[in-house]
Design a protein around this ligand. Structure first.
Ligand code: NAD
Ligand code: UDP
Length: 323
């Protein structure tokens, strides 16, 4: 039994991770400031004597005694991380320094949730871990992309300078139950729009691609990376199945049986044109491959969203600033 800290533990991925770690018998402390996280996500875990929740912002130092730290704290949806970009950068820089400082004091192993966004709008396709990326340091996505790049650098420097055990996972687009229906990501938008009979908003001409990994596959890969003793990473974890956003919209319409139309709206600035993980390293080093295909994963997600709607959930713009 280990004592494990999950920052961002009330978020989409964090709540699944906490659940999995509790299931196998660990003690779990979830630290979250509830910016994009929801109490609903961790409600089933409350009452478990091995689970604790602390409302705290990792930008401020904190002191705990743990053996492992999964650092997931950071908004992941573009409209959420662009809502307060300075806060987003602070979370991945000042916040990560606090996490690494805590790990150094406790001699804990840290897994940093990095992202395919470190590759920016990639010119290498599919993306391998040795590709340095093509990121606009000044654009609207830079608060997230550059923050995560600094976070990787901080991890490697703590590793070299202090012998800290670090693990860097580069997560590609992941979806599934508990993904906030109002977080503005493409799968949440398409599902809620199709369920409410609203047009599906395809940004640009819809030819840009993404590769979508089901949450259970992702969490299995994340724990495998943390629990092996050889590799610091970075290691890509994602599903190499690649779809255009138009193909995704059609898939969602088929699955939900919705009569919604497709509406083309302007493409946000710096939206990456293509994204697909090369997962050779994950296969060779962790023995990991994804098992859930898009239709199976979307079907499970639709069931969660239908339940959310039946409980009174409504589509709304959560993170847009007024005026
Ligand atoms: P999410 O927004 O659902 O979860 C992030 C959690 O972090 C939320 O609970 C939020 O309240 C919390 N948080 C944010 N800033 C914080 C702070 N300063 N202090 C404490 N808590 C804070 O997003 P997610 O999809 O679960 O993503 C989790 C992690 O995985 C993030 O670091 C994200 O960058 C990374 N990631 C996710 C994806 C994906 O497709 N889901 C892809 C690449 C990387
Ligand atoms: N997108 C879209 N319609 C939406 C939301 C997003 O066409 O309602 C597109 C977006 O332009 C991007 C892709 O879907 O090309 C994935 O967007 P998301 O915000 O989910 O994540 P990203 O991979 O861009 O961080």
């Amino acid at each position: 039994m280990r004592n494990i800290l999950v920052t961002g533990g009330a978020g989409f991925l964090g709540s699944h991770l906490c659940e999995r770690l509790l299931d196998r018998g660990d003690n779990v402390i979830c630290v979250d400031n509830f910016f994009t996280g929801r109490k609903d996500n961790i409600l089933p875990l409350i009452g478990n004597p091995r689970f604790e929740v602390v409302r705290h912002d990792i930008v401020h130092p904190f002191f705990l005694e743990v053996d492992q730290i999964y650092n997931l704290a950071c908004p992941a949806s573009p409209i959420a991380y662009q809502y307060n970009p300075i806060k987003t950068i602070k979370t991945s820089t000042v916040g990560v320094v606090n996490v690494l400082g805590l790990a150094k004091r406790c001699r804990a192993r840290v897994l940093q949730a990095s992202t395919s966004e470190v590759y920016g709008d990639p010119e290498v396709h599919p993306q391998t871990e040795d590709y340095w990326g093509h990121v606009n340091p000044l654009g609207p996505r830079s608060c997230y992309d550059e923050g995560k790049r600094v976070a990787e650098s901080l991890c490697m420097n703590y590793h070299h300078a202090h012998g800290l055990e670090v693990r860097i996972i580069r997560i590609f687009n992941t979806y599934g139950p508990r993904m906030d229906p109002n977080d503005g990501r493409v799968i949440s938008n398409f599902l809620t729009q199709s369920m409410q009979g609203e047009p599906l908003t395809v940004y640009g001409d819809g030819t840009q691609t993404r590769s979508f990994c089901y949450v259970d596959d992702l969490i299995r890969g994340m724990i495998a990376l943390m629990d092996q003793d050889e590799e610091t990473g970075p290691i890509n974890i994602g599903n190499p199945g690649e779809y255009t956003m138009l193909e995704l919209a059609e898939q969602v319409l088929n699955l939900t049986g919705s009569k919604s139309e497709i509406q083309f709206v302007p493409l946000p600035k710096d939206d990456p044109k293509q994204r697909c993980p090369d997962i050779t390293r994950a296969k060779n080093l962790l023995g990991w491959t994804p098992e859930v295909d898009l239709v199976t994963g979307l079907t499970k997600t639709v069931a969660y969203y239908r339940d959310w709607q039946a409980r009174g959930g409504v589509r709304q713009s959560k993170y847009r600033r007024e005026g």
